[in-house]
Design a protein around this ligand. Structure first.
Ligand SMILES: Cc1cc2nc3c(=O)[nH]c(=O)nc-3n(C[C@H](O)[C@H](O)[C@H](O)COP(=O)(O)OP(=O)(O)OC[C@H]3O[C@@H](n4cnc5c(N)ncnc54)[C@H](O)[C@@H]3O)c2cc1C
Length: 427
């Protein structure tokens, strides 16, 4: 049965409320034929070809019915839209899906390091399943990366290299990846929880009619069921939830950058490169790429930075970040921040470390005026060395820190900067 929607003419008052709530403008008001001889002059008409069966108009009309019921004991009007939705009960032969796939993100034809983290964790999954590990790369002028992906552990690389992929457009990438999934039937698919990965992985999951766990930080295979156990922080980081996708394939997960180490390179490793034919003329794409506007920010990106100096609410004012920037400059690091400082507009979001910010894994993390709440720790606790500067000796960050410095950051940081400069000058 296909989806159906229709108006019960005898109940429609022609009030026009449904026209306003329809998100795709598929309802209009028409004049009722004179011969109908009813009190109401207008009638709602639905263009079923445009309707997305979202139910908004049905709910709206039903609400009006409820309101009139209160006023009149037995209203004959409203409750005028009927929708019958197709029940999707797809039975998948899960055993026919084979292999672990990783999506290799590229920007301007350069591979993003997230793929090496995905290959590291996916290798273990593929060995546990005794199935091939593949990488998928979509882009323009990206074929040259295939050998590098093989040398980092991929047994096969699917390459979709075409000018249509030069700039990332989520609809285009979704169509291309979904076509490949439907043809090749992978068992598991990992994608980076980066801005690009997050923006189109959910579309791919919907188009491939499967489930996805977003922002996973742990992944494993259940040896009995061979299912993917994707674990992610939930309830503000207070609980870890393990999510399963039992009936649909591929089981998909996005993986938080910096949650896993990078796969090691084995120079000369052999694998198969599959050049996938791309024919965009078959696709019905509604989105158009207009132009690329690069971000104007000269500070070092925190993702992948080896040293990070972060400022928290203890700075007390936005200007405090001038001191943090100076500190970061002398140590040669990036500037990080806790969420309250971002929420207050002291520093842009891209600097935020933590559960709802970035996960970082630097060699040195200097936390200045940051208490160390669990949501902040979720993004930086795997730093190799942590220096905490705080005036509260009881702050949780001191419990995690390699070195704790108690005192006012406005007194301590200028002294530390001065000392570092002195050492540098002597060299
Ligand atoms: C769902 C959810 C997601 C979240 N995600 C994130 C996230 O991604 N990242 C994040 O950071 N937070 C996140 N939070 C917020 C988190 O719970 C904390 O509120 C936040 O991390 C606290 O930031 P802070 O340490 O800068 O501020 P505070 O907890 O207020 O700590 C300020 C610290 O500065 C010290 N201090 C004050 N003045 C000075 C001074 N002059 N010199 C030295 N020390 C001083 C104080 O002793 C104190 O320890 C999230 C919360 C929720 C509920």
């Amino acid at each position: 049965m296909a989806n159906e929607i229709f108006i019960l003419k005898e109940r429609c008052t022609g009030c026009g409320s449904c026209v306003k709530v329809c998100p795709v403008n598929c309802i209009s008001m028409a004049d009722r034929p004179k011969e109908e001889n009813v009190r109401w002059k207008k009638l709602a008409v639905i263009d079923v070809n445009k309707c997305v069966f979202c139910n908004a108009c049905v709910e709206d009309c039903d609400k009006l019915f409820e309101k009139t019921k209160i006023k009149m004991p037995n209203p004959d009007f409203f409750h005028a839209i009927v929708m019958k939705k197709e029940v999707v009960n797809v039975q998948i032969d899960t055993a026919s899906y084979k292999g672990v796939w990783c999506f290799a993100e590229q920007r301007h034809s350069h591979l993003m390091p997230t793929i090496y983290e995905l290959l590291h964790v996916a290798k273990k999954l593929s060995l546990d399943l005794n199935e091939d590990l593949s990488a998928v790369i979509i882009g323009h002028k990206v074929t040259s990366h295939a050998q590098d992906l093989i040398e980092h552990g991929a047994d096969k690389v699917y390459v979709l290299d075409h000018p249509v992929f030069e700039h990332f457009v989520d609809e285009v990438y979704t169509v291309a990846l979904t076509e490949l999934i439907k043809k090749e039937k992978p068992n598991k698919l990992l994608m980076p929880a980066s801005i690009i990965g997050r923006s189109f992985s959910s579309r791919v999951a919907i188009a491939a009619q499967t489930g996805i766990t977003a922002d996973s930080t742990e992944l494993s295979i259940n040896p009995k069921t061979r299912m993917l156990h994707a674990t992610r922080p939930s309830f503000g980081g207070n609980l870890m939830a393990t999510i399963l996708c039992e009936k649909h394939r591929p089981e998909m997960a996005t993986v938080r950058p910096m949650s896993f180490p990078r796969a090691l390179k084995v120079p000369g490793r052999k694998g198969e490169i599959i050049n996938v034919p791309v024919d965009p003329s078959k696709w019905n794409i509604r989105t158009k790429f207009i132009k690329y506007v690069p971000e104007k920010d000269e500070t070092i990106d925190i993702t992948g930075a080896e040293k990070i100096v972060s400022g928290g609410r203890g700075l007390g004012k936005p200007e405090g970040f001038k001191l943090i920037e100076e500190f970061a400059k002398v140590v040669g690091g990036a500037v990080g921040a806790s969420r309250p400082t971002v929420d207050a507009g002291w520093i842009p979001y891209r600097h935020q470390v933590g559960l709802t910010g970035r996960t970082v894994r630097p060699k040195l993390y200097i936390a200045c005026g940051i208490s160390g709440q669990i949501q902040h720790l979720a993004g930086m606790s795997s730093a190799e060395n942590i220096i905490a500067i705080n005036k509260d000796p009881e702050c949780p960050m001191f419990k995690l820190a390699t070195l704790s410095v108690e005192g006012d950051l406005y007194e301590l940081i200028p002294l530390i900067i001065q000392e570092i400069k002195k050492v540098k000058d002597h060299k």
